[in-house]
Design a protein around this ligand. Structure first.
Ligand code: N01
Length: 542
């Protein structure tokens, strides 16, 4: 079953996918979305684990250009939970009629470019559904390929086990159960603090402490809105514009301080840290000193502040040393700092144990529990793998993508990911991706980055339509230049020594390389605008 030729096929119905769908439709392009899930929402469709909520606050974390959506949508929480986010996506659907152009439960498996037609042929897992498309736009997100470590014996486990990224739709009743959680990233932190008070016994397997900071979550009643200085809707358009002038598009009315770390007194710095600590949210830490990510001394000071605050919340000396060690496990912020509400207090409960898998590695999953070197088998009823994703590149590389010469993107990127402007790759015409490799992705607000990149591609498609052009392809030299700039930014920061998904270090065997652009949103916009103003310099359009 093959559809007519589409102007564009979009893969994925999260923020980026629905923004470009709606924008292209308004310009009379013939466009569809293929989506693996059974509903809108992208990452929020799949991440249904207990306590799932976003770490970016209202009103930042939403589509900004679709006034039809935000104008009459009321967020109820400062940091919206998964249900609230799904309510937003359903509201968006009602307003924009998105679903009529979305094929759900449709996973794109293959895409092959035909040089003579100048079109992509796309195959799916859905009863042979396939299509030709002039442009292929991957909105697969940075965390769609789940990672479960290949522990021995996993198939022999007689209880239930789940990955955080594909939690059962109807939930899992963990009341009174013995549960193991492996992993303490953003997903693990949220799961642990949510289920700790419910379960009979919880054993947490930690490899690296998460340097988590308080969320200061609240419901948005009128009183709280005034307390937290929530902006009036009349200011939304201005706020959305201002966001694009800040490093990560993650904070309202703030950015990195003008004043340098070394030009501030220790008292001034302490006062700023305390203010941000009490305000909540990690995004605001991108509003202190740029030097935190470049100067070890600045980073050490922030770590010490974090450590002192956090250690004071923990009662058990052994857990305190594991969760908030005096010596930093890595430079603060070089691995995603997560937000928490009661994560540390949960470890003060008698029913919660913490195992350091660096000292006592997991040997196997036994039929009745998790076996580690020192503890032997800890018996559990349920195991939760909060072990993350083959991030940033995984969603793209999951699809068998081949260019007109038969070269796969997997082969092209074997010795290093190579993109131009973090949204296209030489040798692969009419193919784009958003919120993926070599863009500001991990250091930015998803809806903003997806919108900026989407608008760039929409303008390019309009130009091509007006000029009767049919193919656009990044030039290898332009790509080399982008990768060089990206690497210079990365290797001049404190990020490289830290094992994180920011550089592929969380997946055994994955090439360690900078996967995100650390130049900030304003510089990224400048690069895109500069390219467009110079007639899409770095692309060949034919
Ligand atoms: O995944 P992660 P995540 N043995 O990769 C551990 C976004 N997100 O799903 O740190 C033992 O961060 C691993 O240990 P280590 C957000 O951007 C956002 O939590 O590698 N442990 C780590 O503790 C986030 O950063 C939100 O040493 C093993 C954990 O598993 C990104 O998604 C919520 C192991 C994986 O953590 C990914 O977050 C959720 C092994 N073999 C996600 N392998 C919000 O906005 C891995 N680990 C709130």
């Amino acid at each position: 079953m093959s559809e007519q030729v589409l102007d564009a096929l979009i893969v994925g119905a999260g923020f980026s996918g629905i923004h470009i769908l709606s924008k292209l439709r308004k310009l009379d392009f013939n466009v569809k979305i293929y989506e693996s899930g059974g509903d809108l929402g992208g990452t929020w469709y799949w991440n249904r684990y207990p306590g799932a909520r976003v770490d970016s606050e209202t009103p930042i974390y939403q589509l900004s250009e679709e006034k039809e959506i935000w104008d009459d949508f009321e967020w109820r929480e400062r940091f919206p939970g998964r249900q609230e986010l799904m309510r937003y996506f359903h509201h968006a659907d009602k307003k924009l009629g998105l679903s009529k152009d979305i094929h759900y439960n449709t996973t794109v498996t293959d895409a092959e470019y035909d040089n003579s037609k100048k079109q992509w042929f796309v195959k799916t897992s859905n009863k042979g559904l396939s299509t030709w498309a002039n442009h292929l736009i991957l909105c697969t997100g940075f965390a769609s390929k789940r990672y479960t470590p290949p522990f021995n014996g996993i198939d022999s486990f007689k209880g239930q086990w789940y990955h955080s990224g594909v939690w059962p739709e109807n939930g899992v009743d963990l009341t009174g159960k013995r549960v193991a959680v492996i992993g303490t990233g953003a997903s693990g932190v949220q799961i642990i603090q949510e289920i700790g008070p419910q379960v009979k016994h919880l054993t947490v397997y930690q490899r690296t402490p998460n340097l988590a900071i308080p969320m200061r979550q609240c419901f948005l009643g009128e009183e709280q809105k005034s307390l937290w200085k929530f902006p009036d809707k009349a200011r939304y358009a201005e706020i959305f514009e201002n966001l694009k002038k800040t490093f990560g598009a993650l904070v309202i009315d703030m950015d990195f301080t003008e004043k340098k770390f070394e030009d501030s007194t220790p008292e001034e710095r302490q006062a700023l840290y305390e203010y941000l600590w009490n305000y909540g949210g990690f995004s605001y830490w991108l509003s202190t000193y740029k030097e935190i990510f470049h100067l070890q001394e600045a980073n050490d000071e922030v770590y010490k502040f974090w450590c002192d605050q956090t250690r004071a919340r923990l009662t058990d000396p052994k857990k305190r040393d594991l969760l908030a060690p005096v010596k930093a496990p890595h430079a603060w912020g070089t691995k995603r700092p997560c937000l928490e509400t009661s994560f540390y207090e949960v470890f003060n409960q008698a029913n919660v144990d913490l195992i350091n898998v660096r000292e006592s590695p997991i040997l196997s999953i036994a039929e009745n529990g998790v076996e580690t070197e020192k503890e032997g088998v800890v018996e559990v009823d349920v195991i939760v793998f909060a072990t993350g994703f083959d991030s940033v590149t995984g969603g793209i590389l999951n699809i068998n993508i081949k260019n007109g010469a038969g070269l796969s993107i997997q082969d092209k990127w074997k010795s290093g990911t190579a993109t131009y402007l973090g949204l296209s790759s030489a040798g692969f015409p009419n193919l784009y991706w958003f919120y993926g490799p070599q863009a500001p992705t991990a250091f930015s607000n998803g809806p903003t980055t997806g919108t900026i990149q989407g608008n760039f591609v929409v303008d390019l498609m309009v130009k091509m339509r007006n000029e009767n052009k049919r193919s656009v392809e990044a030039v290898k030299e332009a790509e080399d230049e982008w990768v060089k700039e990206l690497k210079e930014l990365w290797y001049n920061s404190l990020f490289p020594p830290t094992d994180s998904w920011y550089q592929g270090a969380n997946i055994p065997g994955k090439l360690r390389e900078p996967l995100n652009y650390f130049g900030g949103i304003p510089e990224y916009i400048k690069a895109l605008e500069g390219c467009a103003e110079k007639g899409y310099e770095g692309f060949i359009i034919e």
